[in-house]
Design a protein around this ligand. Structure first.
Ligand code: R5P
Length: 288
């Protein structure tokens, strides 16, 4: 068994390797002046069972291309089996057409990964479970929730309500609530009556006087989760926690998450968060 890390999350790869009593295998990665990527595996992997760890987080296109090149290098080096471990699957939100003449990029990415020569994929908290079906090779879909749930249980919070920040995330939040002694559930329903009208945020469920725990798969710009938190506080929630597997944290996410709205922001290490971007309310749990 050999494990190699792309450049997207070397820290997670180190932690996984430590669990296995291994070290990530040696490889050289270079970028040419024009941006092209070069990769060379620096040991024989002939006949080996190879695991490549690479979340396709920002810069998404670079990390995706690097993963494809790594897979190709392993295939051409006669690995017996290649598994792409993709803790965060970029482009997952482009999983359907919402208007004419769009791409279903999540499917395109699955095609590219398969065509590069991978035998198996291990992914965590795909934005939508249907993405599993975009692959015609085995895909193991694992979840960050056991780690997040354990943290919440250890906090021994009282009078909690689990909240989905949007209608699309209700089943995820419901599954989360079930594992917390069937905690009550609420969700935010964002509606725009007409194109030129402002959005109305309706809250379904009771959060008054409760500790609200917002659950989502990812926090990207933090727009969704901070708007939801604002509604919860307006409706009398005592405090608000944010809980998500993937800390995408783009644009002004850090400012939004650290402005005092949230008691804690709990995420996992599927995507690295640079030390200078961490803030006091942030908790990063390991899914290694
Ligand atoms: C949406 O369906 C997702 O589950 C997340 O709620 C969303 O992508 C988060 O994005 P942002 O943080 O930019 O609002």
């Amino acid at each position: 068994l050999r494990l190699f890390s792309g450049s997207a999350n070397a820290e997670l790869a180190q932690l996984v390797a430590r669990y296995l009593g291994l070290a990530p295998g040696p490889l050289v990665r270079k970028s040419f002046a024009d941006g092209e990527v070069y990769v060379q595996i620096q040991e024989s992997i002939r006949g080996c069972d190879v695991y490549l760890i690479q979340p396709t987080c920002a810069p998404v296109n670079d990390h995706l291309m690097e993963m494809l090149i790594l897979i190709d290098a392993c295939r051409r080096a006669s690995a017996r089996q290649i598994t792409a471990v993709i803790p965060y699957y970029g482009y997952a939100r482009a999983d359907r057409k919402t208007a004419g003449r769009e791409s279903i990029t999540a499917k395109l990415v699955a095609n590219l990964i398969t065509a590069a020569g991978v035998d198996r994929v291990l992914a965590m908290d795909l934005h939508s479970a249907q993405i599993q079906a975009y692959f015609d090779i085995p895909l193991d879909h694992v979840y960050g929730s056991p780690v997040l749930l354990q943290y919440i249980k250890d906090r021994q919070l009282e009078d909690i309500v689990i909240v989905s920040p949007d209608v699309g995330g209700v089943s995820r939040a419901r599954a989360f609530a079930k594992k917390l002694d069937d905690a009550p559930l609420a969700f935010v329903d964002k509606r725009r009556q007409a194109h030129n009208e402002v959005e109305v945020m309706n809250l379904v469920g009771d959060v008054h006087g409760k500790t609200a725990i917002l659950v989502d798969d990812m926090i990207d710009t933090a727009g969704t989760i901070s708007e939801a938190a604002r509604v919860l506080l307006e409706r009398g929630a005592r405090e608000v926690y944010a809980c998500a597997t993937h800390p995408v944290f783009s644009a002004n996410a850090i400012e939004r998450l650290s402005d005092g709205t949230f008691t804690e922001v709990i995420v996992t290490n599927t995507i690295p968060v640079a030390p200078e971007r961490r803030f006091p309310q942030l908790r990063i749990l390991s899914v290694a």
